[in-house]
Design a protein around this ligand. Structure first.
Ligand code: HEC
Ligand code: HEC
Length: 356
């Protein structure tokens, strides 16, 4: 009887032991399963986030290649040699020379005249004004004279060139009948030889970057500037003069020798778009070095630094035509100067569309 009880007890012990073990194994199993589930849930998210990003970058790249392959859409121009008339060829060649080395002829120590700030047109219109998305002159011959909202007038090529003299080169205007003006106009007309009247080839001017959904941040931009730009343009933004002291090896980005507050680059979208596909020097459309975000932020930093002020009270006679990133009021919408300068720009654009 006692023995039986004992056996029973042992049996019970064995049974509960088994149940306990089973329970233990099951819970461990569950735990492992759960952890695996969590990991599985977590991992793909982490991975897909980066792959999705890379994939997008890759797709963008492919799209760009396709675009580049349809070269007809892009701006091409003839060889200088193709100009038979020697006098005309010499004039066009001089025009190109003036775009590349403006300051040697017209800068503070210019050999022809002293009317601009030491910068060259080429500092901003890269490769003598021919680079894809490098602010090229591909559409100048085909679209001027044209109505421009900034002046509210029909502008000739000469007037547009003088706009850059007065603003981007913070200087004085060049006479329309001067050999220098005639040469630059001849050069731009020559660049437009293959471009149909009224058309604008792909890649002309400055790229329009997608907007950020927050204001561009000059504080973030400052550290980007230090890391990516200061090595050439100098910590104080004043660039570096060439050995001949007549033009810049690295042009200034702010300070008294830089473009003034009325210049195109003083608009954030223009500066950010220029930076994206051209800077640091050597970058281009197929090999950008900057993210969109960094381009906007570093542009915000640069355009927060001191520079010459231009009286632009006569600009934009119709204020409703001011670009959304024009940093000076008054505006026809209710947005602040601060938001017009740094963004976010999308709300401004949306509000304008509704009002139209
Ligand atoms: C500091 C930079 C800078 C410099 C230097 C500069 N420009 Fe410009 N230029 C611009 C910007 C920005 C635009 C407007 C681009 C845009 O809005 O897409 C522009 C536009 C132009 C246009 C009109 C292009 C078009 O398709 O409508 C012409 C022509 C022009 N510049 C000529 C010159 C000449 C000539 C010089 C030298 C005397 C010069 N620029 C120097 C920045 C500069
Ligand atoms: C390796 C040297 C180098 C670096 C780094 C560099 N740049 Fe430049 N940058 C140049 C040169 C050279 C030019 C003029 C190009 C020419 O004349 O052909 C230029 C021109 C410019 C211009 C137009 C001219 C002007 O002075 O306003 C801007 C704007 C600019 N750079 C911004 C930047 C920004 C922003 C960065 C950093 C993201 C940067 N650059 C990094 C060499 C450099």
């Amino acid at each position: 009887m006692e023995k039986n009880k004992l056996d029973n007890k042992n049996e019970l012990d064995v049974k509960s032991n088994l149940v306990l073990r089973l329970f233990f194994i099951l819970s461990v199993g569950f735990l492992v399963f759960f952890i695996l589930l969590l990991e599985l849930n977590n991992h793909p998210k982490k991975i897909s986030k980066t792959t999705r990003f890379d994939e997008q970058e890759y797709l963008n790249y492919q799209e760009k290649l396709r675009q580049l392959e349809s070269v007809q859409a892009y701006f091409t121009y003839p060889d200088l040699i193709s100009i038979d008339d020697t006098a005309k060829r010499a004039l066009v060649r001089y025009g190109k020379e003036l775009i590349m080395h403006t300051s040697e002829y017209l800068g503070p120590n210019g050999s022809v005249s002293k009317l601009s700030n030491g910068m060259n047109c080429q500092n901003c219109h890269l490769d003598a004004g021919t680079k894809i998305w490098g602010n090229n002159y591909g559409a100048v011959a085909s679209t001027y004279p044209k109505m421009r909202a900034r002046s509210g007038k029909i502008e000739s090529i000469q007037k547009r060139i003088n706009d850059c003299f007065e603003r981007s080169l913070n200087g004085k205007t060049l006479r329309n009948d001067s050999r220098e003006m005639r040469a630059m106009v001849a050069y731009m007309n020559f660049l437009g030889t293959f471009v149909k009247k009224d058309s604008t080839p792909e890649g002309t001017g400055i790229y329009k970057l997608p907007y950020l959904n927050r204001p561009a941040d000059p504080v973030k931009g400052q550290s980007i500037y230090a890391a990516r730009c200061a090595s050439c343009h100098a910590a104080n933004g004043e660039g570096m003069l060439a050995l001949n002291q007549k033009e810049y090896t690295y042009p200034p980005l702010w300070g008294m020798n830089s473009y003034n507050s009325g210049a195109g680059l003083f608009r954030l979208s223009r500066l950010a778009g220029y930076i994206k596909y051209n800077m640091p020097y050597g970058a281009d459309f197929l090999n950008p070095q900057m993210t969109d975000i960094d381009s906007w932020d570093v542009a915000a930093f640069i355009n927060s630094q001191p520079r010459p002020i231009k009286d632009i009270s006569n600009d934009w006679p119709d204020i409703s035509k001011k670009p959304m990133d024009h940093p000076f009021g008054p505006y026809s919408d209710g947005f602040s100067e601060q938001q017009h300068k740094f963004g976010p720009f999308e709300p401004i654009e949306k509000a304008r569309k509704v009002n139209k």
